[in-house]
Design a protein around this ligand. Structure first.
Ligand SMILES: [Zn+2]
Length: 235
């Protein structure tokens, strides 16, 4: 997206987030915002501030094509910027801090979803009716009510996700996008080890893996302290 002088602060924040996603993942990412008005049938129910799935881009493909934005397969994430802007307004008590808090909440949700993207290799298989069908089936699964699904306590936020999230948090900070770690957790209680403990346990690899693609970190053994932390939490 090319910057223009008529951009509103919200448009500027969205563009910043799109650029950050591409920079952190080293591949183009479809960053879709609620204010872009994607088809509501593709999105999780109202409580969800962000979502992604391995084939989410395929579900969005017809809509992205209609917008002239489809450029082939690539991971896609959704962010509810409208809801987040309201939260930022309330947190800032309607002051001028809203813009800075909004930027931090957007960054937090983006890092949350990108950490899910980094839990597996990106799916670049060409679109077919079969994988498009699988993408749509995943969407309907995400619409199932909580009671219908046998979910683990951490709701899919295990050691691979946390490790990717903490590396992304560090990398974003390094390129000028600092945010509180708690914003990545979106205030949710996943019943997992504290982020500060996880961060301390990963200390030894932070600089060591700084140049490694975020997609490859999961293939390298985590430091023993980190593995111990998670095995203690499961007992
Ligand atoms: Zn999540």
């Amino acid at each position: 997206m090319i910057p223009t002088e008529t951009e509103t602060p919200i448009e500027q924040a969205k563009r910043t987030i799109e650029n950050l996603a591409d920079a952190l993942m080293d591949i183009p990412i479809y960053t879709v915002f609620a204010s872009d008005e994607p088809p509501s049938a593709l999105l999780l129910d109202g409580w969800c501030l962000g979502c992604t799935s391995r084939s989410f881009d395929l579900a969005l493909q017809p809509w992205l094509e209609a917008q002239g934005h489809w450029r082939g397969r690539s991971p896609a994430v959704f962010i509810d910027d409208i809801h987040l802007h309201r939260i930022a307004f309330e947190e800032a008590n309607y002051s001028e801090d809203t813009h800075s808090i909004f930027g931090q909440t957007l960054t937090g949700i983006l890092l949350h979803e990108l950490a899910h993207v980094a839990e597996s290799a990106p799916d670049f298989d060409p679109p077919t009716p079969e994988n498009h069908g699988r993408a749509m089936a995943l969407i309907s699964l995400s619409h199932a009510s909580e009671a219908d699904l046998a979910r683990p306590a951490n709701w899919g936020h295990g050691p691979i996700w946390v490790r990717a999230a903490l590396h992304l948090h560090q990398r974003a900070k390094k390129i000028g996008h600092a945010t509180d770690i708690q914003r990545i957790y979106c205030g949710a209680d996943y019943d997992i080890p504290e982020p500060t403990e996880c961060k301390a346990a990963l200390k030894s690899e932070k600089r060591l893996l700084a140049g490694v693609s975020i997609f490859n970190i999961r293939m390298i053994d985590a430091p023993p302290d980190y593995q111990d932390l998670w095995s203690e939490s499961e007992t």
